[in-house]
Design a protein around this ligand. Structure first.
Ligand code: SF4
Length: 502
């Protein structure tokens, strides 16, 4: 992304103004030629007429081609000797100018020569600009002998503008295509010395047919790029959209080849790696960059015009993304916490404070097994409990299954045994559903002294409720009474198990 954006900005900011400063009539129209030469006389005459009317000189033939003509028998005094006839044909959409067309078109070409003359290409004495790598200066362009070369360079600069706009605003291709020619709205003062730049386009995705008018608040660079790109279209382009239908893949490939080729090297541009680049990836990269910053997730949601922040989270959750990193760190912390909690429960067990609940027997068996292993490790020496790290190593697999609920520990070893998943009808789920937990009945739940306050407050609340229930609500009272008895039973079990065995 860095060399791509650096190259695009260099082309826009350093080459763009020079290209734009060429006399407007220099930006000769280039028409992609086809093979059909039908109606050639009228088409070429029309082109020549256009040159005379607009004052655009005819294209000068390169020196070596003039010499070739002379060697083939052209007279050195022929006024047409220096005229690039193929360029005239190509302007008319015909690939080559046939030799047999010279005689019938000679009068009109000579008339044009008298009116507008020929031009010796563009950029012969190009101004010097600093190289992108900071090592000296070079002419901003090599001489451009043909309208076609000028057209290609103009499109390179317009592609650079497109890349800057896409990378900095994160617009989708549909939104880029909808950019009108005058999309750069006048900057608005946003405090002392600060200007707010906006680009106008339309939101298409998720909108009714025709989309919805929308503005992108952006930086100066894409705003300037939009102005430059529109100016390069020329006043009489007749285009209403800045780019219209964007074929990003080929545009980007041509730009990268140009940057990585001799011209890019001459200008000191760093090569752009061959990795896949498309508008969706650029949008994601921007989302990740925004989401990295404090409060960035919300900023990214607003900027990318997502309907919900969950979408932005999805964008930002690339490997290395802010949310991805956050989740990885959280999982690590959770594992550490689980190990410490399991160690605490195990030490309590060693001190005679037993877990209770439906899963207690299984946990006690496991702890007994671990205790036995520790005995083996310590050689059965009395009063030797084994170091914490040793114990954690033995407990780590069980610790990885621990999930916390407010009223119990959930040892989620076997989804098939999970009561919550059975109740929810999702036996294949990979995680317990704490919201459906009934720890007094699930074989994977255990209760510990730390859960006592939760059960005690639940029992107290139920007592209050039961006392306030009227005589008419018998069923409700019975249900609450049963729940209260369960709470009291759990409390009694916790209390009994928490008294160290003498
Ligand atoms: S019911 Fe509770 S203890 Fe049992 S698996 Fe579900 S969350 Fe865990």
């Amino acid at each position: 992304m860095q060399p791509l954006l650096a190259a695009a900005l260099y082309v826009c900011q350093t080459l763009g103004p020079h290209l734009l400063a060429l006399p407007s009539h220099s930006l000769a129209k280039y028409v992609a030629p086809n093979v059909s030469g039908s109606n050639w006389r009228a088409r070429i005459k029309e082109v020549i007429k256009g040159h005379i009317e607009s004052g655009t000189p005819l294209e000068l033939l390169p020196e070596f081609r003039i010499n070739t003509r002379v060697s083939r028998g052209w007279s050195a005094d022929d006024p047409l000797l220096t005229v690039n006839l193929n360029a005239l044909a190509q302007e008319a959409g015909i690939r080559t100018f046939q030799a047999g067309w010279i005689a019938p078109l000679r009068p009109v070409i000579e008339q044009a020569l008298g009116a507008v003359g020929v031009q010796a290409g563009w950029g012969k004495d190009a101004a010097l600009v600093p190289r992108a790598d900071g090592t000296g200066e070079v002419p901003w362009t090599l001489p451009l002998a043909r309208a076609q070369d000028l057209h290609f360079l103009t499109e390179k600069v317009r592609t650079a503008c497109l890349l800057v706009i896409a990378a900095v605003t994160g617009m989708r291709s549909s939104e880029l295509m909808e950019l009108p020619v005058d999309c750069a709205l006048p900057p608005v003062a946003a405090g002392p010395g600060r200007l707010r730049y906006r680009l106008a386009s339309r939101l298409i995705k998720g909108q009714p047919l025709g989309g919805k008018r929308e503005e992108w608040v952006t930086g100066k660079e894409p705003h300037d790029a939009a102005i430059l790109s529109a100016a390069l279209l020329g006043e009489d382009s007749g285009q209403t959209h800045l780019y219209g239908r964007v074929t990003f893949k080929s545009r980007y490939k041509n730009f990268r080849n140009w940057v990585n080729g001799p011209e890019g090297q001459r200008l000191g541009l760093a090569p752009i790696p061959e990795d896949l680049v498309n508008l969706r990836r650029m949008r994601r990269t921007l989302a990740v960059e925004l989401a990295h910053r404090p409060g960035g997730l919300l900023a990214a949601k607003i900027h990318l015009k997502h309907v919900s922040v969950a979408t932005t989270e999805g964008y930002a959750a690339l490997p290395g993304g802010a949310q991805g990193k956050f989740l990885a760190e959280m999982a690590e912390e959770e594992q550490e916490r689980n190990k410490n909690l399991t160690l605490g429960v195990f030490r309590s067990f060693q001190n005679g404070i037993m877990p209770t609940g439906p899963g207690a027997r299984d946990l006690i068996e496991f702890f007994t097994h671990v205790d036995g292993k520790l005995d083996d490790l310590t050689g059965g020496a009395p009063n030797t409990k084994g170091g914490d790290q040793e114990v954690i190593n033995l407990l780590s697999r069980r610790a990885a299954t621990l999930h916390l609920s407010t009223a119990n520990y959930c040892w989620f070893i076997d989804p098939a045994k999970a009561l919550c998943l059975k109740l929810a009808g999702t036996p294949g789920a990979k995680k317990p559903m704490a919201g459906m937990c009934d720890s007094s009945r699930c074989p994977q739940a255990t209760h510990h002294p730390c859960h006592r306050p939760t059960w005690a407050s639940s029992a107290e609340n139920k007592k209050v409720f039961i006392s306030s229930i009227g005589r008419g609500q018998k069923a409700e009272k019975t249900r609450l009474q049963a729940d209260l008895e369960r709470d009291l039973r759990v409390l009694a079990e916790i209390d009994a198990a928490a008294s160290p065995v003498a």
